[in-house]
Design a protein around this ligand. Structure first.
Ligand SMILES: O=C(O)[C@@H](CO)OP(=O)(O)O
Length: 248
């Protein structure tokens, strides 16, 4: 028995275009992102990979990417589950800051440590910041445990319980699961699935809007390590663009 999982990072957002750290700030897709989502839906159809259930974060760039892609695939009717556990990494005090300016101010080593190290978090975001999510009703269930900053390790630790309790159960029930989420929440899941080391995960970037299909074995481990991007050429170009963010 094998199981079918599709990961989809949201399309370009308004803040991707402005080169700003986003994290938990609820920024919407821009026109490019909506077009990527349409193409993502077409790729699901062309590859005969129609999902049976959708998982998303509570952030509109992932929710809207999924809605557009599924509408394109005439699959807008499938069941949906949303969780903050699939949210983007909380980027702490970097939320709302320009990536290029941050690189210039702090230097490449610090910039890359904050962006891609496994276990170093940026400084926490103050609760009275305009970019804070404290008090946002969508996270009322988190109470005061709502994050003020996170490293990738924190993301994996909040995502894994949900993977075990919900996503794995739907996979094992034979449903093709689509997870529409974010660059760093998907990096943490890919780290888990592919057994990527703490050091090597720094070099992994997820492209926007291109479905990544995994076939999983009985232990929910990938049959083909790294899965398969449904448009490998576009994925390679987008991965390079994500890696180069801040350097322009
Ligand atoms: O700003 C962010 O929230 C993320 C994803 O867009 O950026 P980065 O790729 O730098 O981790």
């Amino acid at each position: 028995m094998t199981y079918s999982l599709i990961l989809l990072r949201h399309g370009h957002s308004e803040w991707n275009a402005k080169n700003l750290f986003t994290g938990w700030v609820d920024v919407d897709l821009n026109d490019q992102g909506r077009a990527e989502a349409v193409r993502g839906g077409q790729l699901l159809v062309e590859n005969d990979l129609l999902p049976d259930i959708l998982y998303t974060s509570r952030q509109k760039r992932a929710i809207n990417t999924a809605n557009i892609a599924l509408a394109e695939a005439d699959r807008g009717w499938i069941d949906v589950k949303r969780s903050w556990r699939l949210n983007e990494r909380h980027y702490g005090a970097l939320q709302g800051k320009d990536k290029a300016q941050t690189l210039a101010e702090f230097g490449e080593a610090q910039f890359m440590e904050w962006r891609r190290s496994y276990d170093v978090s940026p400084p926490p975001l103050a609760d009275d910041s305009e970019y804070s999510q404290v008090g946002d009703p969508r996270y009322a269930d988190l109470g005061d445990s709502i994050p003020r900053t996170e490293c990738l390790k924190d993301v994996l630790e909040r995502l894994l319980p949900y993977w075990e309790s919900d996503i794995s159960v739907d996979l094992r029930a034979g449903k093709r699961v689509l997870i529409a989420a974010h660059g760093n929440s998907l990096r943490s899941l890919v780290k888990h699935l592919d057994g990527i080391s703490d050091a090597d995960i720094a070099g992994l970037n997820i492209p926007t809007g291109i479905p990544l299909a995994y076939e999983l074995d009985d232990n929910l481990k990938p049959i083909t390590p790294g899965g398969r991007y449904l448009d490998p050429e576009a994925a390679a170009a987008s991965i390079q663009a994500v890696a180069n963010q801040g350097k322009k």
